[in-house]
Design a binder for this molecule. Structure first.
Ligand SMILES: [Zn+2]
Length: 689
């Protein structure tokens, strides 16, 4: 589970950002959100792997990229035209293959566009990617509203299909209905226009976040008091004696955790929550309004009702009661944790009546250091980025019997590394690691799918896009790394034995998709696993006694973390669960924060403006907590039979990961556990004192 530390950056575990909304909205024709897999091969150092870097001038590469996009657009349009010819009869096999071919083309270009828009170093390429995406969205929207294609699919005789094909057709029909294919011409025209407008607005929202970073300017090294030496060394004063910190994670989180100066922490906190403000306030209002209009046109009360319908949770009411159920469960322990933080704060400031949000990380660090003897500054010395990466690769290899080796291929930036995953002598997937911050890049941590794997057709490919320091990492960063890597593995393993793009990769219900990654986080708390890679610069392995203390300290803050997550979940649900015409987003945010988090709202902060999930996940942030319930249950099986039990790991891979979207998530979990999932393991963990 997650520590309080993570609580602050917890919203930065997006997972699968690739246009989830679009894929869900437009239904089955494109399935798209996936993850990729990777691991590594142990002794070949990635850092010295030969690699070619894309060196084409930005402008010409943007032009040639757009030409490729256009050519695939035309190819897809040709396929659609063929499929829509009236009177043309296809056999079921021909029809499903043709739909799959359409998916292959669109999935790949949409994924690439999503990736480039978020990571490409050249602004021209990022803009070109957005343009490409917008054209594709228009076409996908047309496909999702195409009566002729719908009729072809509706005419398929379900009775003669095998289970997998039956599910494929049934889901497409469901998705078609959800797209509005049965609406009249005028409504369908408006729906198509709305799909395009929503995509553009969403692009703007994301772009404002990417470009919205802020700076904290310090006047002297004394302002860094409390921070580790490597951080101080990396932030030398400039010619004017100023030290410039940015809101990028490697600058921000250590400062919030270690800086002694309360006033500066508050200042930085406020700056962090002013990213993309005020620009994104209006953009968000437009996004909410358009999605509301769309949901109403499709016959739903609001967008939450629409978007939860095909998830495990089914309705916004279920999501809300789940949030409240977990909140009640967390309350007793959260109260205890909060009073402990307050008591510690009062040692610094005897007049303190409450702990503010900007003090949370710092005070928690002190409590963990003093009460549990876990000094985060000691801990981080064992987590150099290179060792961590190697350790995560090793873990994957040991669990699943694969090897990872460098892959010599062009990459989009010199800091990006590429790898191949090999099993029984055969490459089964490929991936990229783009792990450190730079200007104009996606600011959180996520997994981006590139190619959906199809047996004998194409290998799965994906990328991890993160913002870690390339030197010492916090333990919580290590956890995030492994989390994202879990998405990669899921995407890869679910792209090996697939026929349909629709099911390939992590295309399960979105409110399940975090569970495998969340479960994997547990391994960074396992002393045996840590012993394989956590070494300081003298080569000394992390002492088992320290890991023991870390595990003990880990539970402290868990309930507060949970409450804060519920604030995000309730915010995401609450913004989409009503008529936006009557919504005051500032008021609503402050209210929800006060309802769920004991750390109240801080004046002049606008967290929603940089809360990227409000676009990509819309009202589905509850997903993270919901998946955690399932992750805890699945983890209990590993606790019983051994964390590094490769038989169990392979059973897990076969039953939960490899099928991708071929079964309902609840069924996948039941296949693994031999019984339906339950709330018990999660509840037990959260309520223990
Ligand atoms: Zn995730």
């Amino acid at each position: 589970m997650n520590s309080l530390l993570k609580s602050n950056n917890s919203f930065l575990k997006p997972a699968l950002v690739n246009k989830l909304f679009l894929l869900m909205l437009l239904g089955g024709l494109i399935s798209g959100c996936t993850s990729v897999t990777s691991t590594e091969t142990g002794n070949i150092s990635a850092a010295v792997a030969p690699k070619a870097v894309w060196t084409m001038p930005a402008e010409s590469s943007a032009k040639s990229y757009l030409l490729t996009c256009e050519s695939d657009y035309e190819k897809a349009r040709g396929l659609l035209t063929e499929l829509s010819l009236s009177g043309k009869k296809f056999s079921t096999r021909e029809l499903l293959n043709a739909v799959n071919n359409l998916d292959i083309v669109l999935d790949k270009q949409m994924n690439l566009a999503g990736l480039y828009a978020n990571v490409h170093p050249h602004p021209e390429m990022r803009a070109a990617a957005e343009q490409c995406e917008q054209n594709l969205v228009s076409l996908i929207s047309e496909i999702s509203l195409s009566r002729p294609l719908y009729n072809q699919i509706a005419n398929v005789d379900l009775a003669v299909l095998n289970q997998e094909d039956h599910r494929f057709v049934e889901h497409m029909l469901r998705d078609y209905k959800r797209s509005g294919v049965d609406k009249d011409d005028a409504t369908r025209t408006r729906i198509k226009a709305l799909n395009e407008e929503i995509n553009l607005i969403g692009q703007q929202f994301d772009k404002n976040i990417r470009d919205g970073s802020r700076q904290l300017i310090l006047n002297s090294v004394a302002d860094l008091k409390g921070l580790p030496q490597d951080y101080i060394d990396a932030h030398q004063p400039d010619a004017q004696g100023k030290i410039i910190l940015t809101t990028a994670y490697p600058d921000y989180f250590p400062f919030m955790q270690f800086a002694e100066n309360d006033e500066l922490r508050k200042k930085f906190y406020v700056l962090f929550r002013q990213q993309a403000y005020p620009e994104n306030k209006q953009v968000l209002q437009q996004l909410l309004a358009k999605r509301y209009e769309l949901a109403q046109l499709l016959g739903y009360k609001n967008f939450s009702e629409y978007i939860t319908e095909d998830k495990m949770i089914k309705t916004p009411a279920n999501a809300q009661s789940f949030i409240d159920k977990v909140s009640l469960l967390a309350n007793p322990r959260a109260d205890v944790e909060y009073s402990e933080l307050l008591k510690r704060l009062q040692k610094i400031d005897p007049s303190a009546k409450k702990v503010a949000d900007w003090q949370k990380l710092y005070i928690e660090h002190l409590v963990k250091k003093e009460k549990y003897e876990v000094n985060s500054q000691e801990v981080r010395k064992y987590f150099h980025y290179d060792n961590v990466r190697e350790g995560i690769f090793d873990l994957t290899e040991a669990m699943f019997g694969v090897t990872i080796r460098p892959w010599n291929t062009p990459v989009w930036h010199e800091s990006v590394n590429a790898y191949e995953v090999v099993e029984k002598g055969k490459v089964i997937g490929r991936f990229y690691l783009d792990m450190h911050p730079r200007d104009g890049k996606y600011q959180h941590a996520a997994q981006f799918s590139i190619t959906s794997g199809l047996k004998d057709v194409q290998l799965p490919e994906a990328a991890l896009i993160c913002n870690f320091p390339n030197t010492l990492m916090e333990h919580t960063d290590v956890e995030t790394f492994l989390h994202e890597f879990g998405h990669l593995m899921h995407d890869l393993f679910a792209g090996v034995d697939q026929r349909w793009v629709y099911f390939s990769g992590t295309k399960t219900e979105l409110d399940f998709v975090e569970a495998p990654s969340q479960m994997l986080e547990e391994w960074v708390w396992d002393a045996k696993t840590l012993a394989t890679f956590a070494r300081n610069d003298k080569g000394e392995v992390i002492p088992p006694a320290l890991v023991k203390k870390m595990v003990k300290a880990r539970d402290f803050g868990k309930a507060l973390w949970t409450k804060h997550q519920l604030f995000y979940a309730a915010l995401s649900l609450g913004f989409y669960n009503q008529d936006p015409a009557t919504l005051d987003i500032d008021k609503k945010m402050a209210l929800i924060q006060a309802n769920y988090s004991p750390f109240g709202y801080v004046d002049d902060t606008y967290f929603y403006a940089s809360f990227g999930h409000l676009n990509g996940y819309s009202s589905l942030y509850y997903t993270y907590m919901w998946s955690l319930v399932i992750a805890a249950d699945m983890h209990s099986e590993f606790l019983k039979k051994g964390l590094r039990n490769s038989d169990l790991a392979n059973h897990y891979r076969e039953t939960v990961l490899a099928p991708g979207g071929k079964k309902d998530a609840a069924q996948l979990v039941e296949d693994f556990l031999g019984r339906p999932y339950s709330f018990d393991a999660f509840a037990k963990d959260l309520s223990k004192q």
